[in-house]
Design a protein around this ligand. Sequence first.
Ligand code: SF4
Ligand code: MSK
Length: 637
Amino acid sequence: MKKKPEELSVDKAAQEMLKLAEKEGYDTAWERLDAQGAQCKFGRLGTCCRNCTMGPCRVGPVGEGSRKGVCGADADTVVARNLIRMIAAGAAGHSDHARRPAKLLKEVAEGKNKDYQIRDEEKLKAVAARFGIVIEGESIRDIALLLSEIALNDFGNQDDAPIAFLKAYAPGSRISVWEKAEKALRDQTGKEMGILPRSIDREVVEVMHRTHIGVDNDPLSLLVQGVRTALGDGWGGSLIATELQDILFGTPKLRQIESNLGVLKADEINIVVHGHEAILSEKIVEVSNLPEMMDAAKKSGAAGINVVGMCCTGNEILMRHGIPIAGNALHQELAVISGAVEAMVVDVQCIFPALSSLASCFHTKFISTSDQAGFPGATHIQFEEGRATEIAKEIVTMAISNFANRNKERVYIPDIRETAIVGFSVEQILAALGGSPEPLLDAVKAGKIRGIVGIVGCNNPKVKQDSFHLGLVKELIKNDVLIIGTGCWAIAAAKAGLMNLKAIDLCGPGLAGVCKSLNIPPCLHMGSCVDCSRMLVLAGALAEALGVDISDLPLVGSAPEWMSEKAVSIGTYFMASGMPVHLWPVPPILGGKEVTSILTEGIKDLVGGYFFVEEDPVKTARLMLESIDDKRKALGI
Ligand code: SF4
Ligand code: MSK
């Protein structure tokens, strides 16, 4: 029997739009999941291989006994290969994102790009100082050039040394954990198994090489390469994206925003920017505020231009400019169904191809902009950094002209929005604490804050939208756990009011006291998917201030409604940085007993972190609290 909207999402705006979708017959991700019927068991267990044309092979427990692939690969080999290909794809997404700001910073420094500037010189100097770049007496452009070259070198460095960003940011104690793990693996197996990433691109390429038929068939060796690739993402690609975007566009500062579909405006031209990169959306925001654009909008009969975000492109401009956010991953189709969107402008990642045909049912222009992301049926306007302002004007102008095509009778915007305090970059968290992590550590030591949980990730129609995100958070803050997070989790928390000061009422007494004294909510929005690197940097700063390793801290990670391969990479680099990491839904690994055992148990001895899965938010919180309390006990606090 078909599920009711209330069973598909806890979000009231989504429920309203799902009712409308059903009435009008619009297809959504929930409908399409339903239409899939029972999903393939081999796919779910991770035991389907099509890495060569002797297959595809379905391996593992089949009827009586265990079947191998044509080449002889067993279930653990296939599961490990499939998993690390997911990690490689996720790491590639983040790192390819990072390449753009790295190249752009170089072009700005060389004076070749006049469309962008260095907006945060202080951050540039602070980042450069980590690499020993001389700042005194040097020009901003010279400093930026040296930094951009270090960043770009981390993508393709061919010597075997660890990447520069990891060495400059990861605490020394953590680097020695990884070095010891490499030695232990060598002693135990006689085989080299590197954990420290040598270059961001190389580790992704090496995953593809090793998982080609007949190369690496050892589950442990494959998984260690997966860890190395993920670390090249977290302490490499993602970190480069975060730091260089801060330098180019400004480091996020605290501000209040509005969230959910109610941010769309019935009398204005609505432009939704969706995807992950900040480079184009920064310009759309800038250009839409130009007097010439405002005049054109007025002439078209609109009261103004309303730029709103969706998913992580939305998180980028929300953190830096206070732009409202219309929703997280499962809201993308619902925004179009409002009939009030003149243009949905997309860059890369997490953009449903379904948007093309859905937009064609409305006047909405679905505009793709990246050479890397094609959408049949979309209007393509190729973005180029060197003509950014001109292209952004073209896009905004197209949206303005499209206002005349809006059918007012088909407009339905749910009157649902919520305020959120956002902008918690590491710099802002430290500023809120008076400049040092000490007050936060004092609150942790005193038990006012029992622990910290970092939550990331997506929506997945297999999980009632936002229900796990919110159920988990409510249980944790009730137990004095501070929450930090990014991505679609952060948007879920914003929509539910968990990022405003009213949420303090839901906290245990210790956390409530800390939040009141600092005037902050109990859930801190740290940005987009690549900004998970901010959480690593914060964890590293706390560990260093306390003189311990990250794995000693009462920290836990979670991706409670994950769906994207990037979430696998993020979960892996959190785990490899020393944290227990919760996942739901279950990743496709259960078909490999050895792989499951390594990831949930064996890996702990090597890197301090491990994965666990749990379907129930309250039970998940309980498991997290057990881990937090064990860590507190070991620290003697
Ligand atoms: Fe089958 Fe082996 Fe080819 Fe995979 S690599 S499809 S298991 S024969
Ligand atoms: S957008 S990766 S659905 S968090 Fe970053 Fe959301 Fe997950 Fe994409």
